[in-house]
Design a protein around this ligand. Structure first.
Ligand code: FES
Ligand code: FES
Length: 208
């Protein structure tokens, strides 16, 4: 079980701009990421502050949802903590392991490294959205058939990265599978079986 997370403090404009590179460059990034409505005049001070939270609209696993997202919150925070979709795993939480991989408009991304406010209006597919009722997605089925997991903690990330890879390249070679999954780490070292599962999934998808 994951340890309880500390409640985040609201992000002050100064702290946020500092984290984004400061000054004019930071302000430009802020307005692109958050949009104009994310700024507000603070009563009495005349200073502009970054509003702590804004409602964003997403299509998650085919369902339209609206959810309040804070300035510093990631897509992974929103999926796991607000939408209760815990398939994407928070492992390194710093864009290194791929455990949080989801598809953003059809392409694999690290959800822990994607600001929620940046993906307003996007389509998100998580591992929960792959199966068709009781019928597993061919990639999920192949991971089972080929023993593509041991502890299974990395598996949702690998499955989503594999789905993204097979969308782009329906018949990847072994080397292309290896390269396509290079952003995902398996601490159990089950790589050979994972690669075999992706090969089997490509064959299965080719037959459908
Ligand atoms: S948890 Fe996102 S890359 Fe590791
Ligand atoms: S199966 Fe255990 S980390 Fe990959």
């Amino acid at each position: 079980m994951e340890p309880p997370r500390k409640k985040k403090k609201p992000v002050s404009r100064r702290a946020f701009l500092r984290s984004m590179g400061g000054g004019a460059v930071g302000a430009g990034v802020v307005s692109r990421v958050l949009g104009k409505e994310a700024f507000a005049l603070q009563p009495g001070t005349g200073e502009m502050d970054v509003v702590a939270s804004r409602t964003i609209a997403l299509t998650v696993n085919g369902k339209k949802v609206e959810v309040a997202a804070e300035a510093g919150e990631t897509l992974l925070d929103v999926l796991r903590d607000k939408l209760r979709l815990t398939g994407a795993k928070r492992i390194c939480n710093r864009g290194e392991c791929g455990g949080c991989t989801v598809l953003l408009n059809g392409k694999p991304v690290y959800a822990c490294h994607t600001l929620a406010l940046q993906v307003d209006g996007a389509e998100i597919l998580t591992v929960e959205g792959l199966a068709d009722g009781d019928k597993l997605h061919p990639v999920q089925q192949a991971f089972i058939d080929k023993d593509g997991y041991q502890c299974g903690f990395c598996t949702p990330g690998f499955i989503m990265a594999s789905v993204g890879l097979l969308k782009k390249n329906a018949h990847p070679s072994f080397d292309e599978i290896r390269a396509g999954l290079a952003g995902n780490l398996c601490r159990c070292g089950n790589y050979q079986k994972i690669y075999a599962a992706v090969g089997a999934a490509a064959d299965a998808l080719g037959r459908t």
